[in-house]
Design a protein around this ligand. Sequence first.
Ligand code: 4NP
Length: 153
Amino acid sequence: MVKVLMVCLGNICRSPLAEGILKSKVDQSSVFVDSAGTGGWHIGELPDARSVGIARQNQIDISDQRCRKFKVSDFDNFDFIYVMDSANLSDVLSLAKTEIHRNKVKMILSHQEGVHTMEVPDPYYGGERGFEKVFNLLDEASEHIAKSLSYEE
Ligand code: 4NP
């Protein structure tokens, strides 16, 4: 089983979408996907309604997800940890204890050519358009990740 963790700040907007999108592109009997937030304000809550909505428009149900906080043991439990922006990256790396831990952490857009910015913008304080943009960025990124994982299985 390959294990992939998606991480953002709140674990209610971006990383739940990344989790749901990647799940839709992999064989879930061989790839385990989860998500977490570096912040703990929304623990136990459902994803933001706007994330649930844009996922549903794309035939993906993320309403079974519940928010949790990133924990240090995630470094041992997961093979790949994808963060959405550079703040997530420094927050997660600040908890890493070994080089092995640090090497598991990547910006989710880092492998995309022709993308001008490697940040998945935080859509929380914006409108619906922001969620559509985030969905499209994560959909493309997850396509790359799903392909790269097919070599790991
Ligand atoms: P996310 O967005 O990191 O994509 O889940 C956020 C959601 C909530 C907050 C910040 C970012 N917040 O400050 O409550």
